[in-house]
Design a protein around this ligand. Structure first.
Ligand SMILES: C[S@@+](CC[C@H](N)C(=O)[O-])C[C@H]1O[C@@H](n2cnc3c(N)ncnc32)[C@H](O)[C@@H]1O
Length: 348
C-alpha cells in the first residue's frame, strides 16, 4: 500500500512507472506460495490477493500512455485492496471480480468431470454433480445464509454447504437414502460450524415452518430442487415419490405442490434453482424441463436463466454407447447429453 500511495503522489509518468516497476519486481520474486500474495494494508489488516491478477494490473499501469491514465489505474487498484463492493446477495467482491474465475457466468456448462473429493461419492444413481449447488451458492448466497434443498438425495447440496459455510436443510422421502446422506454429510469437515440438517418427509407436505422455526429462522435465501425426472429412474416403490407419478400430468401436479410448499419460505428477491432433464417416451421427446418451468412461472417467480449442462452417459448406458448410437441412427432420435439448471427469482 505504501508503494501504491507513493506512486500515486509521483509527479511524472516516468516516476509512477518506476515505482510500479519496483513493486512488480518485488511481487514477482516474493517467496510466498505461487498465486497468492499477502499484503499488509494501512490499518494492519491482512489482505490476500491473487498474484497473477495483481501482476496483470501492474502491467496495465506500466503500459499507460498518460499520467492521468496511470493514476486512474492506480486508484482502481488501491480501491480493490482496501474496499469491498458486493451486489448484496453474495460475497463476491466486485472490486476484485477478476479473481473469481471459478464462478460461471455463461449459460452453457460443459463440466469436465464430477467433483468426487471429500464426502462426495458417485454411488447414488441420480445425484447431481457438486458443482451445481456450489455455483448456485457462490452466486446467490452469502456466508451463513440458509439453503433449502427439497430433494436432497445423497446430500450433495449439504456437503457443499459445509465447504462454503452456508447453513443447509434438505428434505428426502426415502428414510434409507436420508440416513445414508446423513452419514456422508457427517463425514465432511464443518470448519465454519454451519447447520446441515436432513429431514425425512414428503416435500409436498413437510412442515417447513416448524423445521425452520427450530433453527430460529422464518425464511431461506436459496431454494434448490432436483426432483426425479419423472419415471426415468424409479427411486422407490412409494406412491408419494415423484418418480412413481402415474402420468406426466400427475408428475407436474406433484411437482407444483412441492413448489407451493417451499416458495413461501424463500426470501423475496432471492433465487430458486431447478435442476431437471427431459425424457423420451413412446417415440416422443417430452420436454419435462420446460413443462416444469411453466409450472414454476404460474407462481410468483420470474425466469432469470436457462442453463444447459452436459452430462456424461449414465452408468447403465456407458458400456453400451455403440448400441445406443446405432439405435439413434435407426430410430432417428438423439441421445440425451444435457440437462437444465433453470433459475428463477421470487418476485414477491
Ligand atoms: C434426482 S434425486 C436428487 C439427488 C440429489 N440432488 C443428489 O445429489 O443426491 C431425487 C430425490 O428425490 C426423492 N424424492 C422423490 N419424491 C419425493 C418427495 N415427494 N419428497 C421428497 N423427496 C422425494 C427421491 O428419493 C430422490 O432421492
Amino acid at each position: 500500500m505504501e508503494e501504491l500511495d507513493r506512486a500515486l503522489r509521483a509527479p511524472t509518468l516516468a516516476a509512477v512507472k518506476s515505482g510500479v516497476a519496483d513493486l512488480r519486481d518485488a511481487i514477482g520474486t516474493s517467496p510466498e506460495p505461487p498465486g497468492c500474495l499477502v499484503a499488509g494494508a494501512e490499518d494492519d489488516t491482512v489482505v490476500s490477493l491473487r498474484r497473477d491478477v495483481l501482476l496483470a494490473d501492474l502491467a496495465q499501469i506500466l503500459e499507460a500512455h498518460t499520467l492521468e491514465r496511470a493514476q486512474y489505474y492506480l486508484k482502481r487498484l488501491r480501491a480493490s485492496v482496501v474496499e469491498t463492493r458486493t451486489n448484496g446477495i453474495n460475497d463476491i467482491n466486485l472490486r476484485r471480480w477478476k479473481e473469481y474465475d471459478e464462478v460461471l457466468t455463461d449459460s452453457l456448462w460443459v463440466l469436465p468431470r464430477r467433483d468426487s473429493s471429500g464426502a462426495h461419492v458417485a454411488e447414488y444413481w441420480g445425484n447431481f454433480v457438486p458443482q451445481i449447488p456450489r455455483q448456485m451458492m457462490l452466486r446467490y448466497t452469502k456466508s451463513h445464509d440458509w439453503v433449502l434443498d427439497m430433494f436432497v438425495g445423497s446430500g450433495t447440496t449439504l456437503i457443499e454447504c459445509r465447504r462454503l459455510g452456508r447453513n443447509g436443510i434438505g428434505v428426502e422421502l426415502n428414510p434409507a437414502v436420508a440416513q445414508r446422506a446423513e452419514e456422508l454429510v457427517g463425514q465432511e469437515p464443518n470448519p465454519q460450524g454451519v447447520v446441515t440438517e436432513i429431514v425425512t418427509g414428503d416435500s409436498r407436505t413437510v412442515d417447513l415452518r416448524s423445521i425452520l422455526g427450530r433453527h430460529g429462522i422464518e425464511r431461506v435465501q436459496l431454494l434448490i430442487m432436483h426432483p426425479p425426472y419423472h419415471d426415468i429412474i424409479r427411486f422407490s416403490a412409494d406412491p408419494r415419490d415423484l418418480s412413481n407419478a402415474p402420468s406426466g400430468e400427475e408428475f407436474l401436479q406433484m411437482f407444483g405442490r412441492c413448489v407451493d410448499n417451499a416458495a413461501p419460505f424463500l426470501d423475496s428477491g432471492r433465487y430458486f434453482a431447478l435442476v431437471i432433464g427431459d425424457k423420451y417416451s413412446r417415440g416422443e421427446w417430452q420436454p419435462l424441463g420446460f413443462w416444469c418451468m411453466s409450472e414454476v412461472l404460474k407462481r410468483a417467480f420470474s425466469l432469470k436463466a436457462i442453463i444447459v449442462k452436459n452430462f456424461e452417459e449414465t452408468r447403465g448406458k456407458r458400456n453400451q454407447h455403440d448400441l445406443w448410437r446405432y439405435r439413434a441412427l435407426v430410430g432417428g432420435f438423439y441421445l440425451f447429453k444435457h440437462e437444465y439448471v433453470m433459475l428463477f427469482r421470487k418476485t414477491h
